[in-house]
Unconditional design. Structure first.
Length: 242
């Protein structure tokens, strides 16, 4: 019995994985689109909330390649709670920075991204979060970090130099003490040597003999002195003859 070959898979029936944009990007895009529609159609509730009032809050820029928050206070009070459940404008800006948006004007809150454009919602899926390098630092933090490292290195070098100097001083003191001890030991060894003891005794005896000779000479000179004084006394007592 012949078996029928299996049917090839139907490409049309295969499931394709569709990349969805981040919720933050979709909500921001929806916010701008809905505000644009209301600006063009006019907001219900009277002319007091007409086009000029809306443009002072948020809108696409004239080229459609970015958007402008005209009034951050009104945007935080009316737009953020409606779409993002908070009213923190700084948090909204941090989210924009996370996805690579750039502030392109100095006097107004205008933000742009090369793939965030009016009428091109499909490009939102291509916007991803910026990859953060754990080892990277912003310039101001990097400078502070480098200066801190330099100061730490300098302190370590100073401590090492101080330690080296202390070690050198200790080594020198130890060497001097060792030399003094060695000299004392050598003197003690010399004194304890029998040959040296004999030499010292002979030297001592010689000094004693010389001392006796000197004493005898002194005694002799004293005797001569007495005799001279006696002779002189005799001449001084004799009468003068004329």
């Amino acid at each position: 019995m012949a078996t029928t070959p299996p049917h090839p898979p139907d490409p049309a029936g295969m499931t394709r994985k569709i990349k969805c944009p981040a919720p933050f990007l979709s909500k921001t895009y929806d916010l701008l689109e809905e505000e644009e529609e209301e600006i063009c159609g006019g907001r219900s509730g009277g002319a007091a909330h007409g086009m000029e009032g809306l443009r002072r809050i948020v809108s696409w820029n004239s080229e459609g390649n970015g958007f402008v928050v005209w009034s951050p206070a009104d945007f935080s009070e009316a737009m953020l709670p409606k779409y993002f459940k908070h009213n923190n404008f700084s948090s909204f800006i941090r989210q924009l920075n996370t996805y690579g948006f750039k502030k392109t004007a100095s006097k107004r809150w205008e933000f742009q991204h090369e793939k965030f454009k009016r009428g091109q919602r499909h490009l939102l899926a291509e916007i991803g979060r910026k990859k953060c390098d754990p080892s990277g630092f912003p310039p101001f933090l990097k400078a502070k970090y480098c200066n801190k490292n330099k100061s730490i290195n300098n302190n370590n070098n100073n401590n090492n130099n101080n330690n080296n100097n202390n070690n050198n001083n200790n080594n020198n003191n130890n060497n001097n003490n060792n030399n003094n001890n060695n000299n004392n030991n050598n003197n003690n060894n010399n004194n304890n040597n029998p040959k040296n003891m004999v030499m010292l005794m002979e030297e001592n005896n010689k000094l004693r003999r010389e001392r006796k000779d000197l004493e005898m000479q002194i005694s002799h000179f004293k005797t001569l002195e007495m005799k001279l004084l006696e002779c002189l006394s005799q001449y001084t007592t004799m009468p003068l003859l004329f």
